[in-house]
Design a protein around this ligand. Structure first.
Ligand code: PTJ
Length: 248
């Protein structure tokens, strides 16, 4: 870490997250814009009380059910997610049998490779979306996020995206895919367009999802299906907004 944060500092956990991103930036994983994006997320997190709300936990549970029931699922990784939780994201990919794909807004071969190296170091056997593999195009997206791997995002029925606000979710949903998003901003386009929106910090959401996967994988398929059926994403977003309102 760039600066050592005293653990008894009242804002220690928030400061540690910042340091992880600065570290990622210094290693060429996070773009400068990622530091700004973090600031926006941090503001929402502050208003949410910096804890997983019961609505976020419910969304995490339903998201895990969808991942476990999917034929093919892919976890999309960008610079910020790699810097904040590569190890947990790799673990989640194993417990939910999902693939991992690097997909960047500020795309460059050097960054893709650096992120893939981290994911491999954390135990991922196959990282998609790197080298010349991300050649399939999702039409309707103007950013570089349109370049996806045929064997990953393109071929999946479920995609987990995190820390992005853009048009990709809308396009993926219109292609008939289920999109799970992790986004602290309940008003972002990604949050609104997703099938399941997890309004939680990725640092809490992914460890929760790993634990939930380990429990839910032992349950009957019909139980997982009933949790999905009873979930109302719009209602869940509204409830999270009420918590934010209360925070204000
Ligand atoms: O690595 P790249 O090139 O793919 O670029 C990544 C960034 C993050 C720069 C890019 O995706 C971007 O510009 O994102 P946005 O449009 O700023 O959206 C980021 C969203 O993530 C915002 O809605 C934030 O509120 C949210 N966010 C930020 N930090 C967290 C978060 N959500 C969950 N956990 C966080 N720690």
């Amino acid at each position: 870490m760039t600066h050592k944060i005293p653990l008894n500092h009242p804002r220690a956990s928030s400061l540690i997250i910042r340091e992880k991103l600065i570290d990622g930036f210094n290693r060429g994983i996070v773009v400068p814009q990622g530091l700004i994006a973090h600031g926006r997320g941090e503001a929402f997190d502050y208003l949410l009380g910096e804890k997983t709300t019961k609505y976020a936990y419910n969304a995490e549970k339903v998201a895990v059910c969808i991942l476990l029931l999917s034929d093919k699922s892919t976890i999309s990784i960008n610079g910020n997610t790699a810097a904040l939780g590569a190890k947990d994201l790799v673990k989640l990919s194993y417990v939910t049998k999902s693939r991992i794909e690097v997909n960047l807004f500020h795309r460059s071969v050097a960054r893709s490779n650096a992120i893939a190296r981290i994911l491999r170091k954390e135990g991922s056997h196959e990282v998609l979306g790197v080298h010349t593999k991300a050649k399939s195009i999702i039409y309707g997206i103007s950013s570089n996020r349109k370049f996806v791997d045929k064997e990953g995002i393109m071929d999946s029925d479920t995609v987990l995206v995190a820390l992005e606000d853009g048009d990709r979710t809308e396009s993926l949903v219109s292609m008939g895919k289920k999109v799970i998003s992790v986004d602290l901003n309940p008003l972002s386009r990604t949050a609104i367009a997703s099938n399941v929106t997890i309004i939680d910090n990725i640092m809490r959401a992914i460890p929760n999802m790993i634990r939930l996967s380990e429990q839910l994988v032992k349950k009957q398929k019909s139980y997982l299906q009933s949790l999905i059926k009873n979930f109302d994403n719009k209602e869940n977003i509204r409830n999270s907004l009420l918590i934010i309102k209360k925070g204000i």
